[in-house]
Design a protein around this ligand. Structure first.
Ligand code: PLP
Length: 401
């Protein structure tokens, strides 16, 4: 019998041990090669071992790793300036993870209302199927029973409405509402895109009611949908935005971005983090931006995404018993399966290709943004083989029945 693991039993891990990565490929201990369209759940935005990131972290490692926020950190100022120049934001707070970026976003919104003389306005409206992290506040914001169960009373101040139900949303606004929080594309909820019209309506509703619009772009941000941030497709801007995953390219890094006005309540002493914005993280974040902000980067993402999506649509037509729908934007795509999605994921893994499970029987495909057209075609080929292997079983099962 295998020895009991000393690790918490919180994860259902696939029996795979990767020891090396290169671009879009991961290599196991035995030297087997897998096409990585999971990218650490949208984290390895530039693939594995990108030479520019490797060089940046090595150079910083030789200088200084950590200082704390007791001192000025030039890398923070540079990364914040670049993020502000590229977005709606005027102010940035650096974190180590997505959930912490959300925590900062929630605190910023509440503190804004408080500093305007409205301490009673601390409620935040969120949407069913949302995922904002695993801290006590973010599981309350996400509102999913499976993540809340057994952890004591749900943190107060989060009011959830059905996804896309604008009447329910309007009805949920009260004198205690501070903000609306939404992912422009729900990731773990099953790659559900919020339409541009709905995003624009949310912006208007916030303006009309004195609410702040908080966008969770932890998964959809940093080029993933073919724009730097997904909300740009709708031509709106939020007041506050949570960012993580892709901005660190694999190094734990997150950020809360805000307008000057929205951040106006966050005075000295109101928030902090030991590690947030440390020099190693800043070196990597700046190196990621060197690449993502280059003129030809986002057009590349859009070109590859088009080929990949068209190929997926063709596979859906060819395998209607396996694939129900293709969803998403840019390189944040989902296959809603007709078969149990875990079976399709397993079949893909048998073809040495990785994807990510999501809600609503969906498999997320989140390849590195550096994926080439040829690699996207390789991915399509492997999904085709996986679908074939499942499709082929159908008549056999039917014959047995
Ligand atoms: N928000 C979204 C949209 C996410 O996808 C995630 C993680 O999957 C989080 C927040 C939480 O990020 P982290 O796991 O880094 O805390």
């Amino acid at each position: 019998m295998a020895e009991a693991s000393p690790l918490y039993e919180t994860y259902m891990r696939a029996p795979l041990r990767f020891v090396r990565g290169e671009g879009v490929w991961l290599f196991t201990e035995d030297g087997e090669r897998y096409l990585d369209f999971a990218a650490g759940v949208a984290v390895n935005s530039l693939g594995h071992a990108h030479p520019h990131l490797v060089e940046a972290i090595k150079a910083q490692a030789d200088k200084v790793w950590h200082l704390s926020n007791l001192y000025e950190i030039p890398g923070q100022e540079r990364l914040a300036q670049r993020l502000c120049a590229a977005t709606f934001a005027d102010k940035v707070f650096f974190t180590n993870s997505g959930a912490e970026a959300l925590e900062c976003s929630i605190k910023t919104a509440r503190r804004y209302q408080y500093s305007k003389g409205h301490p009673e306005k601390f409620h935040i409206i969120t949407f069913e199927g949302a995922f904002h992290g695993r801290t006590i506040a973010t599981i309350a914001a996400g509102g999913q029973e499976k993540y809340l169960e057994g952890f004591g009373p749900k943190a107060p101040g989060f009011d959830q409405v059905p996804f896309g139900d604008m009447d329910a949303l309007k009805a949920a606004i009260t004198d205690a509402t501070a903000a609306i929080l939404i992912e422009p594309v729900q990731g773990e909820g099953g790659i559900r895109t919020v339409s541009n019209e709905v995003l624009r309506e949310l912006r208007s509703i916030c303006d009309e009611n004195g609410l702040l619009l908080i966008l969770d772009e932890v998964q959809s941000g940093v080029g993933r949908t073919g724009k730097l941030f997904a909300h740009e497709w709708a031509g709106i801007t939020p007041d506050i935005m949570a960012v993580a995953k892709g901005i660190g390219g694999g190094f734990p890094l997150g950020a809360c971005l805000a307008t000057e006005e929205a951040a106006s309540g966050m005075k000295a002493g109101t928030h902090g983090s030991t590690y947030g914005g440390n020099p190693l993280a800043m070196a990597v974040g700046n190196a990621v931006l060197d690449i993502v902000l280059a003129d030809d980067f986002l057009p590349h993402v859009r070109d590859v995404a088009l080929v990949f999506r068209q190929g997926l649509a063709a596979l859906k037509d060819r395998f209607p018993d396996v694939i129900e729908e293709i969803r998403g934007e840019g390189l944040m795509l989902g296959i809603k399966a007709k078969v149990p999605s875990a079976e399709l994921l397993k079949a893909m893994r048998a073809e040495h290709m990785l994807g990510v499970p999501a809600g609503d029987n969906v498999i997320r495909l989140l390849p590195p943004l550096t994926t080439t057209v040829e690699e996207a075609r390789e991915g399509l080929h492997r999904i085709e083989l996986a679908a074939e292997s499942l499709g082929a079983r159908e008549p056999v099962l039917a014959a047995r029945a």
